[in-house]
Ligand binder design. Structure first.
Ligand code: HEM
Length: 216
């Protein structure tokens, strides 16, 4: 049974602008004008569109890491911030999907505005691996609602979100990593990815440890 005080806590979470779908709306309302402003800095020419592609790749990295690292972080360091992060991981994940939706729109604009530069910036591999990445993003976003999550069942949901999460972690690593030889500072983008992976491994090991101990 939900206690009166418990109910009050849930209600205050629901009413806050920093919780649930409202959080997603707030972040989206920040992200979209920022992208328009960035494109506008270059008079909405192809350079501005390319800036938006790079900007959204980085905002996507931020929200992806916040969502995919949330459960492990809350388990290893339970406090008010990590509990907020875990409680809102679905909405942080949805913000990642929205950010990458803008990445896709900017990519389409780039392809239409400067086909030659676009062809030089992409390859068959970027279509194959990027296409798999987007398929996961769409499937994960579509199953981020109670009804759709229930429709596929907890086992399929877990399999999809776990394999999709690790695939996207891999894709971020490759996409940022391949730019390191030309721009060594890109190595900094690998730090949050490595941190999320390490946290998840430590959390998994700490969960498995009591079971591995001999009985009796
Ligand atoms: C078919 C799908 C995709 C295509 C065609 C594509 C295309 C591009 C292009 C052309 C750029 C370079 C922009 C420029 O130099 O001006 C770029 C950058 C990037 N993309 Fe995508 N992308 C795709 C999917 C993805 C996915 C799924 C991810 C991550 C999960 C991703 C992560 C990145 C990253 C990290 C960068 C580097 C941004 C930077 O330089 O800071 N992309 N993408």
């Amino acid at each position: 049974m939900i206690t009166l005080s418990g109910e009050r806590i849930m209600t205050s979470h629901r009413q806050s602008w920093f919780e649930g779908w409202r959080l997603f709306a707030v972040l989206g309302l920040i992200l979209v004008p920022l992208c328009v402003w960035i494109a506008g800095m270059r008079q909405f020419e192809v350079d501005g569109v390319r800036l938006v592609i790079r900007f959204t790749a980085r905002t996507s990295l931020l929200f992806f890491c916040l969502a995919f690292g949330a459960a492990a972080l809350a388990r290893l360091w339970p406090n008010a911030w990590t509990r907020w992060q875990r409680r809102n991981r679905r909405y942080l994940g949805a913000t990642f999907a929205a950010s990458h939706g803008i990445h896709a729109v900017a990519i389409a604009c780039f392809a239409a505005m400067d086909p030659a530069a676009y062809a030089a910036a992409t390859s068959a591999a970027s279509y194959i691996f990027g296409g798999i990445g987007y398929s996961f993003i769409v499937a994960m976003a579509a199953t981020s609602f109670d009804r759709t999550a229930q429709a596929i069942g907890p086992r399929a949901w877990r399999l999809l979100h776990l394999s999709g999460g690790y695939y996207l972690l891999f894709q971020f690593t490759v996409s940022f990593g391949k730019r390191i030889p030309d721009m060594p500072l890109y190595a900094l983008f690998l730090i949050p990815l490595l941190a999320v992976f390490t946290l998840r491994m430590i959390s998994m090991a700490s969960k498995a440890a009591p079971r591995a101990a001999p009985a009796g």
